[in-house]
Ligand binder design. Structure first.
Ligand SMILES: C[S@@+](CC[C@H](N)C(=O)[O-])C[C@H]1O[C@@H](n2cnc3c(N)ncnc32)[C@H](O)[C@@H]1O
Length: 265
């Protein structure tokens, strides 16, 4: 494992070959079992594949996700956990969003309304719906951490019973992601992981990016700041190279270069 060194952030790296940010962010759709509905996951398929690889190797039984959107990623995570979790072991996805998304976002990715009600209702028909816990909160606030801890307390007898992976995919400003890292890192045991989504934005900072409200570069800047100012008594490092992640024939890889963090001690 390398020790953190600012020199390793070389955005001249050519390890991926995306033509445009839009190309990268072509989202996935997740077909739900009990309906003809596909819900949108705001991850490109290559990132989805690599997250699957990570989950199968790391085998967490709890995923804490910030940024629910329309719960496509939460459903994707819970499906993965239901496949990999050890029999009789409890598994849970706790997903946080500032917007009460299940009430506010009624349309599919095409802008068409769902056949009946919103995605939340449709998701309720799924077998593992109860394994997803939805929390409406600003994920950068201390209150969010308390809410997550209370869910963990209600669902597990002791902290020995869970192995958490955190996925940060809410507000992408440096300030927000840094606060999230400081909060949720405290839940990670030595050997555990945090995925900081969209660190790849920096590679496109010079490109013409027309995504309103996007503060390009925030997630990677937050990673750098966090590795410098990690909470007392903890040691994290970048762990992307610890895993053999796939790269498609067209060069696509994933959206979190330097964004996989491991708690070393
Ligand atoms: C990129 S989307 C999440 C995509 C989702 N994880 C997926 O892969 O399908 C970002 C989400 O973060 C939420 N968000 C923005 N600011 C937030 C905040 N301060 N706290 C929690 N969620 C926030 C937005 O409402 C939006 O739903």
């Amino acid at each position: 494992m390398r020790k953190f060194d600012t020199m390793q952030f070389n955005i001249e790296d050519d390890w991926f070959e995306y033509d445009s940010l839009i190309d990268l962010w072509l989202p996935m759709r997740l077909q739900l079992k009990n309906t003809n509905t596909a819900i949108p996951v705001l991850k490109d398929p290559a990132t989805g594949t690599n997250i699957q690889i990570l989950l199968k190797k790391i085998k967490p039984n709890v995923i804490i996700e910030t940024g629910t959107h329309r719960a496509g990623s939460a459903k994707f995570f819970v499906d993965e956990l239901s496949e990999i979790h050890v029999p009789n072991k409890n598994y849970l996805v706790i997903t946080l969003d500032i917007i009460k998304s299940y009430k506010d976002q009624l349309s599919t990715m095409d802008g068409k309304p769902y056949p009946k009600g919103c995605w939340y209702n449709i998701l309720q028909e799924e077998d593992n719906f109860d394994n997803i816990k939805f929390v409406t909160v600003d994920s950068s606030k201390l209150q969010a951490l308390y809410l997550v801890k209370s869910i963990l307390k209600r669902n597990f007898q002791s902290s020995e019973d869970y192995n958490i992976l955190v996925s940060l995919d809410a507000d992408h400003t440096c300030e927000h992601v840094f606060k999230e890292l400081m909060l949720y890192s405290t839940l990670i045991k030595p050997g555990g992981y945090i995925v900081v989504e969209d660190t790849i934005e920096v590679w496109f900072a010079g490109a013409k990016v027309e995504i309103q409200g996007y503060n390009i570069g925030g997630p990677l800047a937050a990673v750098i700041k966090f590795l410098r100012d990690t909470p007392e008594g903890m040691n994290f490092d970048i762990a992307n190279d610890d895993f053999e992640l796939v790269r498609n024939e067209d060069g696509r890889c994933h959206n979190f270069p330097y964004g996989l963090l491991k708690r070393i001690s």
